[in-house]
Design a protein around this ligand. Structure first.
Ligand SMILES: Cc1cc2nc3c(=O)[nH]c(=O)nc-3n(C[C@H](O)[C@H](O)[C@H](O)COP(=O)(O)OP(=O)(O)OC[C@H]3O[C@@H](n4cnc5c(N)ncnc54)[C@H](O)[C@@H]3O)c2cc1C
Length: 281
């Protein structure tokens, strides 16, 4: 049976792995983070079919993992830094003794930095984050600054407010997103929506101090949600524009920050079905 490598176990990788496994392929899944991927950042998902009334991102990720674990595959808990095509086979991290007939890259996105002075220092001491899921086991008390004007920033502001924090949601010009989120942040008493931009941040007295215009304001947490970008390992012998047969990039890794879970799942299944046919030839 063809051996297929699936890189990343977010919604796209989970769907691809299940489909490949159902078809009887030998599947190896590589995942260096949390199974379920970026869904762990999503507070509330109301547009994934099958869940009337919506479902939390965390619960949807857990259900996807439960279903994923029902199937046969090898799960490798490592980061793939390089994906290569030798001309006949695919390899991962230059491990020449492990060859695959097909490969599906489902590595999703990584958050963009805001770029203000002090950002890396505060991230280093754990006062500035880019992902809600990193806070899952530990939520600070007090107040939080969420930087960004898109749907992710509103969704994350609501998650922090639900955890009891007083949230300032800072956007540069306007909040952009679907009506449900725009309405929800405006009526939430724990969220103050403010226009402005962060000039710099610094650590002072155990707090994250942000300079916003002429004011310096202390926060217990800063969350930066200014967009996400496609995240791929190094590719060798693979041109993403003209990929070899048996290779696909799917989900958010392909769509960037504009992807949705249902799109990733559909992409993953389509890729698995296509690669399954190609790898058999
Ligand atoms: C705040 C927020 C709210 C959202 N709300 C919604 C919503 O309401 N509805 C909706 O449909 N979607 C929503 N989304 C988007 C949704 O989460 C994504 O579209 C979806 O998770 C993309 O799936 P994916 O599998 O393509 O990528 P991801 O979910 O990003 O998964 C990629 C996986 O690959 C792993 N990985 C990455 N690189 C490597 C590597 N080199 N080696 C090994 N493993 C690797 C990662 O650890 C991760 O598990 C939201 C996202 C955010 C941030």
């Amino acid at each position: 049976m063809p051996k297929i490598a699936v890189i990343g176990a977010g919604p796209a990788g989970i769907a691809a792995s299940i489909q490949l496994s159902r078809a009887g392929h030998e599947v190896t899944v590589f995942e260096h983070g949390i199974i379920g991927g970026n869904l762990w950042n999503a507070g509330f998902v109301e547009n994934y079919p099958g869940f009337p009334g919506g479902i939390t991102g965390k619960h949807l990720a857990q259900l996807m993992e439960e279903q994923f674990q029902e199937y046969d595959f090898v799960l490798r808990r490592i980061e793939v830094t390089k994906a290569a095509f030798t001309g006949t086979h695919f390899t991962v991290n230059s491990a020449g003794n492990e060859e695959y007939d097909g490969m599906i890259l489902c590595t999703g996105t990584r958050p963009k930095k805001a770029g203000f002075p002090g950002e890396d220092e505060l991230h280093g001491v754990g006062l500035l984050h880019y992902n809600i899921m990193r806070l899952e086991e530990w939520y600070p008390e007090g107040n939080a600054l969420v930087v960004g004007g898109g749907e992710s920033s509103m969704d994350m502001a609501m998650t922090l407010a639900e955890r009891g924090l007083k949230v300032t949601l800072l956007h540069r010009s306007e909040l952009r997103g679907i009506k449900y989120l725009l309405d929800a942040v405006k009526i939430d008493d724990s969220i103050t929506v403010t226009e402005g931009s962060v000039e710099s941040v610094r650590l002072h007295g155990g707090k994250a101090v942000a300079r916003i215009g002429t004011e310096e304001l202390p926060f217990d947490l800063i969350l930066v949600a200014v967009g996400r970008e496609s995240h791929l390992p190094e590719l060798e012998g693979i041109d993403p524009e003209y990929p070899p047969a048996g290779f696909r990039i799917v989900g958010d890794a392909k769509h960037g920050g504009l992807g949705q879970a249902a799109m990733a799942v559909g992409d993953g299944i389509r890729a698995a079905m296509g690669i399954g046919r190609e790898a058999r030839k």
